[in-house]
Design a protein around this ligand. Sequence first.
Ligand SMILES: Nc1ncnc2c1ncn2[C@@H]1O[C@H](COP(=O)(O)OP(=O)(O)O)[C@@H](O)[C@H]1O
Ligand SMILES: [Mg+2]
Length: 352
Amino acid sequence: MCRKRVGVIFGGRSAEHEISLKSAATVAEALNSDKFVPVYIGITKKGVWKNFSGDAKQIESGEWERYAEETAINDLKSQIDFALPILHGPYGEDGCIQGMLELMGIPYGGCGVLASAAAMDKQLFKEVLRYRGLPVCRSLLVDGQSADDGDGAADAAEMIEEELGLPCFIKPANMGSSVGITKAQDRKTLEDAIKKAALYDRRIIAEEFVPCRELEIAVLGGKNAEVSTVGEIIPSKDFYDYTAKYSEQESPSRLVIPADISEEDRKEIRRIALEAYRAIDGYGFCRADFFKDRKTGKIYINEINTIPGFTAGSMFPLLWEAGGRGLPEIIERIIDLGYERYYAENNRQTEI
Ligand SMILES: Nc1ncnc2c1ncn2[C@@H]1O[C@H](COP(=O)(O)OP(=O)(O)O)[C@@H](O)[C@H]1O
Ligand SMILES: [Mg+2]
């Protein structure tokens, strides 16, 4: 059987570019070379596509860019049989690249356009889940554009404080890795937080503060998706911000797998994760993140990440590993699922 050429696509025009490099290096090393030929395709921060034929280790350090050669996006179909976008944040995780691959007729790993877009926008995602009766914390949308002019931010701050109280969380609706997120403690920081989030996004979400434990679960599959065990993140800081996630200098956040929770909570998290995954038409894989309110014990789903971190210390691969399934096996399953969806879509009737 001839080996499929799998294009590992990394980098990208997102604030999470560096995280993507780390994730892609881990994925590249986990790709079974008896079955697949890895083809590395990097996207620079400016959005230039480049072919890289060096060592996977050079991806993580950023060195790849020096040795890579520019390539035309429309040549992609001649270079790879299958695409594995390992991109976080806008353009990579939000349905943009998935839509491009659909147009090009290239099968790819991970969620499709709809699920990617629906999971990317934190407010839209919460609205869909509320409609399904799934537990999400209170939130509201703020228009980032009007927050930029005149008293826009001050007016928004007043409205948010009235609706949600303080402290509260302000986030760009379409970001990840805690970029642009603030826990606002008073009116002044709330106003500044709105202005900061507006730098990243036209859409801003304000959320009630949930004093919580943070629990995460991995999902893998299509129609009959399976779930992993539940893990807990114990942030090294007040909340799980960018440095608590990635800084190696500061004390790292702790991952506890399996999480020390009741069987009832574990079941509830599994149920909600699968229902939310289905609600957005998930197909491929994701990591679903939860809050457990320390005071009331209530469980909320916070978000679904359709391309979660794949770095060596990331929750997604570690959750599967805890169940005895290594990353090479998971990646292979992700590729199978990508083909499965591709063939299912392409066998649909297109004529009236
Ligand atoms: N409503 C909230 N209440 C309490 N903590 C929150 C809330 N929203 C976010 N956080 C904290 O901020 C972190 C990042 O927020 P999250 O919505 O997960 O954004 P990202 O997509 O950047 O990971 C969470 O892991 C948690 O520590
Ligand atoms: Mg998160």
